[in-house]
Every structure is written in C-alpha cells, then in structure tokens.
Design a protein around this ligand. Structure first.
Ligand SMILES: Nc1nc2c(ncn2[C@@H]2O[C@H](COP(=O)(O)OP(=O)(O)OP(=O)(O)O)[C@@H](O)[C@H]2O)c(=O)[nH]1
Ligand SMILES: [Mg+2]
Length: 454
C-alpha cells in the first residue's frame, strides 16, 4: 500500500537529554537522506544506526544519530527513520521543520499506530492498548495493557469468534445442501456451544469493573463523625500532612482529595467533613457533600472513634453504607475504648478493623481488605485478561445479547435461519473489538484520541 510520509516529535515536549523525531512512509529514507550529512542512508542496510548531522542549506541544525529501519520489520510496517537529536524542544522543532520542508507532512495524533493497525501488524485492541500502556500509572494497569498489546485479549476474542463462525457456516451449508447435511438435533447442539460462549463473554464483562479500577483507581471516601480521625487516616495513608488535624470537631469543612498507591493499586482518597446534625451553615454544606461523595465512591472507609459512644449519626452512616463496598475502622484503639466490635456488629455486617491512625497500627490489614474486596484477594494478572476499555465492554454486551437471542430462538423452535442472523450479529460485535468489522469512522475516532508522535 502506498502512503505519504509522516513525521512527528515522538518524545516529550520538554527539555531532556535526547529527543526523537520519527519519520514513516515510502519516502522516509529518501527525505531524511536529503537533509542528513554523514553517509548515504539510501544505501544503508536495514536496522542500522548512523552518526551525522542534520543540515539545511549551509546550516547545521543538530548533531544526530539516525536509526534506519526498512519495511516490514518496523512499528508501522513502513520504512521508518528515527532521528535521535539533542532533546531540547527548540532543537527538535527545527529538525522536524527540516524534515517537513524536505517533503514529509506532520503526523496526526496516533497516526503511527494507526498505520501499524491498517498495515495489519496489530489489531485494534492491541493498538488501543498502546495508549493504555503509555498512560498507565501503576503496576497492574501496566501489566494489563502490555498483555493486551501482546494479544491476550485478541486471542480470546478470536477463539470465541471462531466458534460462532463455525456454527454460522454449518447452518448456511445445511440450508444450501439439506440432502447431505442434516439439521436434525442441531438446536440442542447449538445450545451447548452457545451457552459456554455466553459465560466466557460474561466473565470478560465482569472483569471490566476490575479493569476500570486498575486503570482509573478506586474512588474511596473516608466518612465518619467529626473528630473520628478521618483526616489523620488520610495523612497516615498518604504518608504526609495533607489534611489539617485538630481536636476540634468539625475541622474538615470541605472535601479533600489525594492519590495514594497501595501495592500497585491507586486509591483516589477523599477526606470528608464529619457527619453530624449541625446548625453551622458551612459545616452543614460539608456534611451534605460527604453524603454526595458516598454516592460516587467505589469504596467507603467508615471511621469510628472507639473512645466516644456510638450515637444516631453512626447509625445513620451504617444504614447508608449497608449495601456498599465498605470497611469499618475502629480508630483510636490506643485509648481506653467505649465502643467494641460487637456493638458495631449489631448494626453492620461490614468488616471491622481496629486501627490507630495516630500510632499507624492496623493499616496493613486495611490494605489486605482492599485487595480482598476489589480483586478477590488476588491480583494475578499473569494469564487473566481484563477489559479496561468501554468500547470493548459495549461490544461484549451486544454480542452477549445477540447470543441470548439465539438461545431464545432455540427455545421457541424457530427455523434455523433465525439462528444465523443473531449469530452473525454476535460475530460482528466481537469483531469490533479487534477491528475486523469496524467502520472507517470508528477507526478515525479511536486514533484521534492518541497523543502526537505515537
Ligand atoms: N489517641 C488518638 N488520637 C487520634 C487518633 N486518630 C486521630 N486522633 C486525634 O483525634 C482528633 C481528630 O482527628 P482528625 O483526624 O482531625 O479527625 P476528623 O475525623 O478528620 O475530624 P473532622 O475533620 O472534624 O470531621 C485529633 O486531635 C487527632 O490527633 C488515634 O488513633 N489515637
Ligand atoms: Mg478532618
């Protein structure tokens, strides 16, 4: 396939030791050669590195190393030249301008990866994982995206599609040639094929919740009565004095956010105003906000001051969180306690952990509980495929719906050609994930989300 030659600065737009200007396309080598002094790049072998200078007219723009890679063993499967420059933003822009004036055009965001997809080196789900990998901020997000890049998800989707396609082909052939291929007893067989496919798809859909938490972090709200030690807990987890802590109840008026990392999992922690009936206008707005934060949280940490008797406010909070993912921390266990675990257990079935935010005890158990609640105690990530992309989840949900229609048609004794329509829909939806049946505009949409130079 013929393609015009594109260029972009592929490294960060800030001053650094080195920076890379990447060129890809049929003319990549000729164009670079026309502004390069050092050797004749057009005669050079593939996958070699050359020292020289970028020169425009009489002026030397930069001293560079040029990496030359001929198609097809390249990122885009086209000829690719990477010019390793000194990493100043201005220098990089000058080198890029030189390449542009020699005949390339600026790349669109994501265009290099788009070419890798269009040229068949990677499929769509792999292409998407490139951006996820770049933007991953923790170990699990990184592992999940590199495994998707390596084709783990594609492999699973392809296997499911193959099963569906086989049945479509079988039905079509049988309808074409009823004398030789019989459909007697076929509906029962089809049911046995479709049911496990649906359950595999459901597993992938379920993994999307974990996937989204891996990618975006767990939105965690710390709630409790005034003075319970919520801000002290935030500080203990963040390992810094993030929030103001005083012995005056009602210290925290507004919500405060902090990102922390626990065993490679991001928590977006929100400290809230202590919850109580109050006449104070500012404080009551804070209390209202605390309840709003609970609405949006994936996880609620309810802090109880064990040195102060439980009251109506505690019961209200426990009622509010009873169906949420939550944990109860019995704080200030370093003091004489008036609240016991049993007293709380009468009102709540959530896990209760004794801690001291002041002495930093009990926090390990909290971390364990988070892992347990969100990742079933276990984040293996080695062979598991996580769905981290809304588009993939949507496609899985539609394919599942189509397959459920197949089961319904079987129940209702519908004619066989009914099955193939829904099987085909399921096949197409699964294909959307790996880009086998996507419309061009969908491709445009996906790649426009990419950053420059990738
Ligand atoms: N002894 C002891 N004191 C604690 C502990 N945790 C917090 N405190 C104290 O309790 C008081 C209140 O702590 P904060 O962290 O400000 O409580 P809060 O829940 O954020 O309070 P509001 O913002 O008013 O809702 C402070 O004097 C803390 O030093 C603990 O584990 N043990
Ligand atoms: Mg506070």
């Amino acid at each position: 396939m013929e393609s015009d030659t594109i260029v972009a600065i592929s490294t960060a737009m800030s001053n650094a030791g080195i920076g890379i200007v990447r060129v890809s396309g049929d003319e990549a080598i000729r164009i670079t050669n026309s502004i390069f002094q050092g050797c004749d790049l057009e005669k050079a072998e593939s996958h070699t590195i050359h020292y020289g200078h970028i020169v425009v007219g009489n002026e030397t723009v930069d001293e560079v190393l040029v990496m030359l890679m001929r198609a097809p063993r390249t990122y885009t499967r086209e000829d690719v030249v990477e010019i390793n420059c000194h990493g100043g933003v201005y220098v990089l822009q000058k080198v890029m301008e030189a390449v542009l004036s020699a005949g390339a055009r600026p790349a669109e965001p994501g265009e290099f990866t788009k070419r890798a997809f269009l040229n068949g080196r990677i499929d769509l789900s792999q292409a998407e994982s490139v951006m996820d990998l770049i933007s991953s901020t923790n170990e699990y997000a990184r592992k999940s995206s590199i495994s998707q890049l390596n084709g783990a998800l594609s492999k699973e989707i392809k296997a499911l599609r193959e099963k569906v396609l086989y049945e479509i082909a079988y039905i079509e052939s049988a309808l074409d040639d009823p004398e030789h291929i019989s459909l007697d007893g076929y509906p029962e067989h089809l049911k046995e094929v479709v049911e496990p496919v649906i359950s595999d798809i459901q597993k992938l859909i379920d993994s999307a919740d974990d996937g989204s938490l891996l990618k975006n972090g767990i939105n965690t709200a710390i709630v409790g009565k005034p003075n319970a030690g919520k801000s002290s807990l935030l500080n203990a987890l963040a390992k810094k004095e993030r929030a103001i802590v005083t012995d005056i109840p009602g210290t925290t008026r507004d919500t405060l956010e902090e990102q922390i990392l626990i065993h490679g999992i991001h928590l977006n922690i929100i400290d809230t105003a202590g919850i109580r009936e109050t006449e104070d206008v500012v404080e009551s707005i804070g209390v209202k906000k605390s309840f709003e934060m609970m609405e949006h949280a994936d996880f609620i940490i309810y802090v109880v001051d064990s040195s102060t008797p439980l009251d109506e406010n505690d019961f209200a909070i426990m009622e509010r969180i009873k169906d949420e993912k939550a944990v109860i921390l019995l704080n200030k266990t370093d003091l004489t306690s008036v609240v016991t675990e049993d007293m709380i257990r009468e009102h709540s079935s959530h896990k209760i952990l004794p801690i001291s935010a002041k002495n930093l005890t009990g926090l390990d158990a909290l971390e364990e509980e988070i892992k347990h609640l969100f990742f079933h105690g276990d984040l293996r990530m080695n062979d598991e495929v996580y769905i981290t992309n809304e588009r993939h989840k949507y496609a899985l949900v539609s394919s599942k719906k189509s397959l459920e229609l197949v089961l319904r048609s079987i129940e209702d004794d519908m004619p066989e050609d009914f099955y193939s329509i829904d099987l085909m829909d399921a096949y197409k939806s699964l294909g959307d994930i790996i880009g086998e049946s996507v419309e061009d505009d969908l491709v445009e949409e996906i790649f426009s989300k990419f950053c420059m130079g990738k």
